[in-house]
Design a protein around this ligand. Structure first.
Ligand code: FCB
Length: 457
């Protein structure tokens, strides 16, 4: 087992250790104080979409247990908390009136963090689009980007003075490709044309959101959280290497290109550009405003081979087998070196600002036995990925922080509550929280931290 003290010595004093959650996954209280449904409320209540037809009605009941959960975060000794703000609480109809009661909850959250000396990292969009916006096409409609801009401004006006950082979107790859092309996430669309519209309008909404945040609060560090994919060819053959290059453009380039270079990748445009919605004058400039930071969510590598099928749609790849034997309980290959390869490649290809690892962690479903949760594989996973991160810092990459996904077990989207990523266990019958072995270890690491720890003034 990696000793937390030895590992801590490899990080600079101001490195930020944190924990992360997202609104729909933990809050529950789905009808409280004026909240209206999101696309995930609708999706999780459709047969066959979410495991066991689980939903977000109660989740971890975090909305009603805020103070207790803030104490829990403080007890872990972390310097920062990454959470998301629920658009359907703030502008319940997507474009209608602002709901002050919804903002009140985040007001209490942010004040509670400040009172405990914990930094507040807010994400504006972690997938809970107000359902009423679906009537106009959701993310396939350009006006949704302007609705997002207005929501972003309302949040910043009320909370911006106490936030330490804000991200516009969490993992647009998921809300674009996974939600509109692969049909796994809400709204469950499976259509390339819909997905291409969602892609450009999400990118546009990011840019409009950056402008909205800065218009209210010029000094607030604003960024974007991307689940960049570490892509490896299934073999050394030229066909598989070309497949991996196409996959890089499709899974990474369509987000990193517009945001950090003001352009979509050439190969992507050549294959699919004619099916994109109109890119209006000024769009690419809006999307590519310089960011103060970016967030990387990393869990597992992506291995691809060339898809030889006739007429296979770009990027024309099929999955290739994993190289590492270790898998987490959700089936994802465990391969820490990919985190290093990914950060090096992205920094070589794009002019990136400083980076926070905004999510990293592992699904292991062991429960409480004798009052404790022995989740050694999760502890090892986090330690190994932190060791890679420390190596990147030694190489000179601007890695500024690490957020464990997740603070606690929660609603794991299409997998419902059966997949557990928490460093704290949640008993969904009683809502009792039990810090797991990995959580105690992580607290020991954060607590060793000489200057990054908020307690060491
Ligand atoms: C990421 C999501 C996060 C969580 C983890 C396991 O894709 O951002 O909400 O579900 O995966």
């Amino acid at each position: 087992m990696i000793d937390p003290k030895t590992l801590a010595d490899r990080f600079p004093g101001d490195f930020v250790f944190g924990v992360a959650t997202a609104a729909f996954q933990v809050e529950g209280a789905s009808k409280a104080d004026g909240r209206k449904p999101s696309i995930w409320d609708a999706f999780s209540n459709m047969p066959g979409r979410v495991h066991g037809r689980h939903n977000g009605d109660v989740a971890c009941d975090h909305y009603n247990r805020l103070e207790e959960d803030l104490d829990l975060i403080a007890s872990l000794g972390v310097a920062a908390y990454r959470f998301s703000i629920a658009w359907p609480r703030i502008v319940p109809e997507g474009t209608g009136p602002v709901n002050e009661k919804g903002l009140d909850f985040y007001d209490r959250l942010v004040d509670g963090l400040k009172a405990r000396g914990i930094k507040a990292f807010a994400t504006l969009y972690h997938w809970d689009l107000p359902l009423m916006l679906m009537g106009d096409g959701g993310w396939t409609a350009r006006q949704t980007a302007y609705a997002f801009q207005r929501y972003a401004r309302a949040v910043t006006a009320r909370l911006g003075d106490r936030l330490d950082a804000v991200a516009t979107f969490n993992e647009p790859w998921c809300s674009v490709w996974l939600s509109h092309l692969y049909g796994i996430h809400a709204p469950g669309e499976r259509d390339m044309d819909a997905a291409l519209h969602a892609l450009h309008f999400t990118n546009l909404a990011h840019g409009l959101g950056v402008a909205a945040v800065r218009s209210e609060r010029p000094s607030l560090p604003v960024g974007l959280v991307l689940n960049a994919h570490a892509i490896y060819p299934g073999s050394d053959s030229p066909a598989d290497r070309a497949a991996a290059a196409r996959a890089f453009d499709f899974h990474n380039g369509v987000f990193f290109g517009p945001v950090f270079k003001g352009e979509y990748p050439e190969s992507f445009l050549a294959a699919l550009g004619h099916r994109m919605p109109a890119i209006e004058p000024g769009d690419m400039e809006t999307i590519s405003q310089p960011l103060d930071w970016w967030g990387l969510n990393y869990y597992t590598p992506m291995r691809v081979s060339h898809d030889p099928a006739d007429g296979a749609e770009f990027p024309a790849t099929v999955p290739a087998p994993p190289v590492a034997e270790a898998r987490t309980d959700i089936g994802w290959e465990v391969f820490a070196p990919a985190l290093g390869d990914l950060v090096r490649r992205l920094n070589a290809d794009y002019p990136l600002p400083p980076c926070y690892i905004t999510e990293n962690g592992a699904c292991y479903n062991m429960g409480v036995e004798g009052g404790t949760v022995d989740d050694q594989p999760r502890l090892d996973y986090i330690a190994d990925h932190l060791a890679v991160t420390a190596g990147l810092i030694a190489e000179g990459y601007p890695m500024r922080g690490y957020f464990a996904w997740s603070l606690m077990d929660n609603f794991e989207w299409a997998e419902g509550y059966r997949m557990r990523f928490g460093i704290v266990h949640v008993d969904y019958e009683t809502q009792v929280r039990t810090v797991k072995k990995s959580g105690h270890w992580y607290a020991a690491l954060a607590g060793e931290f000489p200057k990054g720890n908020h307690r060491a003034g």
